[in-house]
Design a binder for this molecule. Structure first.
Ligand code: HEM
Length: 494
């Protein structure tokens, strides 16, 4: 009897999956053949390729198609390639796609679950508007002296490592993480994270323990692919201890400020001023969002810029010349405006973000049926598709950034392509996303990167160490783009 039951369940399961995997065929949407259970991302399950890389390969295979149907495990998703389609999703018909393709239940992680990136609908709108005022250009200008001071401390810290030898080799990702952690701690609650010191601190704990110990990168990657399994097996992805630690830091800071009548500009102060009715959780979740979204992202981008400069000596020298020239002009009194005026520095960062966007793809979930039809003057095949509510559309950021149709010799690191106001076509370059849901911390992220690079390039010759891996591979299970192995950089004092 049990044997028959197993056969029946297996047969029904087979029929169900067969139906699921015919979804795009039934809609007349082209796409690669899926395999049972894994869809088109079997290599990600095997930890051989990240989902972003697989979708980039598919982007390239379907050259003239405006969209391609794929399966993420057993979930049909649509890769959208036509910039007009991307514009509709991110801006014109944003109402149909306003939610990201991620979810962290608030009842499980009260702080991380209230990060705008993982929030949806009215809650997202509320959280985003609470934080927006903290990131205006005026606020960034007033933050400049603090980030600048941290830049100077960073150089002093690296100089100490060099001390006698005049040259040292650093683990780039870990050292850049110290700089960005020191910044986010200061900008969020005005605390010195002691990132350049050996002792462990609360902020170091938060930065290193977002994910529940034991699960590693598996959970951050697969929570978005298999959310139902995670709920079914009650797997905790985000570490509750991090929420508790953040809550206690914020509570202490609030008490201290009240007792000593201190006011300083940071996110804590911004949120306090927003509404007297905010409770501790509401304030702490804003602080948590800043740490979570601002630390790892900026450290990864900074690592990739330094990597590119260290293997392109001519570009590094050209950047050094610009930095020296601009600093000479202001007699070494660096200001916000002086940094903003370093155009080549800006293009080095933009070009790095083209080759190494931290999100290889962006996922947006449809909540209102929407129909796309290729426009008459488009170079894409004439096609039409209706995206149903619940379906995820995937913006293939890396595919677009490396498409020779938009970027000549796309594999070359060439910052000049961003110079002289050259117009990059819209909706094909989007390292910070586009539209109302684009990165909230873009200005702060860029400010950190620019200051770090000014100090590093001015003070040190950067060269890729022999100890580094010859090929830059990325971790297939990491949520944002992260290099596998170490990027070791030799720093030689100038
Ligand atoms: C250079 C570094 C950074 C890069 C490349 C970057 C990139 C991105 C991208 C691609 C998104 C998703 C956009 C979308 O869904 O369309 C995003 C979202 C976000 N980023 Fe950043 N980011 C960076 C730094 C930061 C920093 C420093 C902060 C805060 C301090 C921050 C806060 C956020 C927030 C809150 C969101 C969610 C926005 C929303 O869903 O409304 N980011 N970022």
């Amino acid at each position: 009897m049990i044997g028959w039951l197993i056969i029946l369940v297996t047969f029904l399961g087979y029929l169900y999956l067969k139906h699921v995997y015919s979804y795009w065929n039934r809609k007349g949407v082209p796409g690669p053949k899926p395999t049972f259970f894994f869809g088109n991302i079997g290599l990600t399950f095997l930890r051989k390729k990240s989902m972003g890389e697989i979708f980039t390969d598919i982007y390239r295979q379907y050259e003239d198609h405006p969209f391609v149907g794929v399966y993420r495990a057993a979930t049909p998703c649509l890769i959208i390639k036509d910039p007009d389609f991307i514009k509709d999703v991110t801006v014109k018909h944003f109402k149909c796609f306003e939610n990201n393709d991620v979810e962290v239940p608030e009842h499980k992680n009260p702080l991380i679950g209230r990060n705008p990136f993982v929030s949806n609908d009215a809650e997202w709108k509320k959280l985003r508007s609470q934080l927006t005022g903290a990131f205006t250009s005026g606020k960034m200008k007033s933050l400049f002296p603090i980030v600048n001071e941290i830049g100077q401390e960073f150089v002093e810290y690296l100089n100490k490592q060099i001390a006698q030898s005049k040259e040292t080799s650093i683990d780039c990702r870990s050292e850049m993480g110290k700089f960005t952690l020191q910044n986010v701690a200061n900008f969020s609650v005005g605390i010195d994270a002691k990132a350049f010191e050996d002792e462990d601190g609360d902020f170091k704990f938060i930065a290193n323990n977002f994910i529940t110990p034991g699960w590693g990168d598996f959970t951050t990657n697969f929570i978005f692919i298999l959310p139902y399994w995670f709920n079914l097996f009650k797997i905790e992805v985000f570490n509750k201890a991090v929420d508790l630690k953040t809550l206690s830091i914020v509570e202490e800071c609030l008490k201290y400020r009240q007792a000593s009548n201190i006011t300083r500009y940071d996110v804590l102060n911004h949120l306090q001023n927003q509404s007297k009715d905010f409770n501790l959780i509401e304030i702490a979740s804003g602080v948590s969002a800043l740490i979570m979204d601002g630390y790892d992202t900026s450290a990864s981008v900074l690592t990739y810029v330094i990597y590119q400069l260290s293997i392109n000596e001519e570009i590094q020298s050209k950047l050094r010349n610009e930095i020296e020239e601009k600093l000479n002009d202001c007699e070494d009194k660096m200001t916000y405006e002086v940094v903003q005026d370093m155009k080549y520095l800006d293009s080095c960062i933009m070009e790095t973000l083209r080759l190494h966007p931290i999100f290889l793809t962006l996922g947006k979930r449809c909540n209102n049926s929407y129909t796309y039809t290729t426009s008459e003057d488009s170079s894409f095949k004439k096609m039409s598709v209706t995206v149903e509510p619940g379906t995820t559309v995937i913006i293939p950021v890396t595919g677009l950034h490396t498409d020779p149709k938009y970027f000549e010799k796309p594999d070359e690191f060439n910052p000049d392509r961003f110079l002289n106001n050259v117009e990059i076509p819209k909706y094909v370059y989007m390292p910070f996303g586009e539209g109302p849901r684009a990165c909230l911390g873009r200005q702060f992220g860029l400010l950190q990167l620019k200051i770090a690079l000014v100090y590093l390039v001015k003070n040190f010759q950067l060269r890729l160490s022999e100890e580094s891996d010859k090929e830059l591979k990325i971790e297939p299970w990491h949520f944002i783009k992260a290099p596998v192995g170490k990027i070791k950089i030799n720093l030689k004092k100038i």
